[in-house]
Design a protein around this ligand. Sequence first.
Ligand SMILES: Nc1ncnc2c1ncn2[C@@H]1O[C@H](COP(=O)(O)OP(=O)(O)OP(=O)(O)O)[C@@H](O)[C@H]1O
Ligand SMILES: [Mg+2]
Length: 258
Amino acid sequence: MTEVPVPKDAVPAADDLVVLKDVNKHFGALHVLQDINLSIGRGEVVVVIGPSGSGKSTLCRAVNRLETIDSGLITIDGKPLPQEGKELARLRADVGMVFQSFNLFAHKTVLENVTLGQVKVRKAGKKAAEERARSLLDRVGVGSQADKYPAQLSGGQQQRVAIARALAMEPKVMLFDEPTSALDPEMINEVLEVMQQLARDGMTMVVVTHEMGFARSAANRVVFMADGRIVEQATPDQFFSNPRSDRAKDFLSKILHH
Ligand SMILES: Nc1ncnc2c1ncn2[C@@H]1O[C@H](COP(=O)(O)OP(=O)(O)OP(=O)(O)O)[C@@H](O)[C@H]1O
Ligand SMILES: [Mg+2]
C-alpha cells in the first residue's frame, strides 16, 4: 500500500471518542451523507445544524447504527461499530439516543422504562437498577412521576424520562435529535436545562437542534450541514458572528429572523 499524506487536521486525536472517517450513505439515488469526516472529543458538546433534509438525523442514526453506511468507518472509543447481536445492543447502550418523539414504552411505567435496559443489557440487579432509575429521575426533575405511565406525563416530562432512560445505561456519548421540536414552548426550557446540566457535567454530546440559545451557551463546536456534507464547523461565537459559507449565511438569516 502506498503512503498517502494525510492532512494534519484529518487525523483524530488519541482521545477522540466518536470518529467518522470518509462516511458515505445513499438512499437509492440520494447521496445523503457525503464524505463525512468528524471527530468528537471526550466531554465535547457538538451542535449539528442545517436545513431540512441535509442529513443530520441520518448522521446521528449512523453513529448508533440505526442506519448502515455504504463506505467509510465509524468508531466509538477506538472500536468500529459492531454489526449485530449482543455487541450491537451494548453499542446502543454506550451511545444513548434521544429522539424528537419520546419513544418511551407506552405499557411500562416511568420507573420500568428507566430500569429495563439496565437489567437486560447491562445485567444490573433489579434493586440496583431501580435505585439508579429513581436517582436519575430525581436528577431530571420527574422523581415524583415514577409510577405513572408515559401518556400521563407532559411532553417535557416524557422527554426528561427518555433522557434518564438513556443515562441509566451509563452511555459514553449522548445523541439528541431535535429533542425539543415536538414540545410546546413552555416545556422546551425544562428539557434544555437538563441538557445544559449534562453538558456541564462533562457528558460527550451530539445535539441536532434549532435552539440557537442552547448552541451558543452549551456547544463547544457547531457543525453546519447542507446537502449531505459538513459545510463548515466553528465555535458558536465564530459561527454565529461570522459564518463563512453562503449556505450558512443564508440558513442563519432564515432561522434568526423569523
Ligand atoms: N429511510 C429513508 N429512505 C429514503 N430516504 C430517506 C430515509 N431517511 C431519510 N431520507 C432522506 O434523506 C435525506 C436526509 O434526511 P435526514 O432525516 O437525515 O435529514 P435532516 O437533516 O435530519 O432533516 P430534518 O431537519 O427535516 O430533520 C432527506 O432527503 C430524506 O428525505
Ligand atoms: Mg432530522
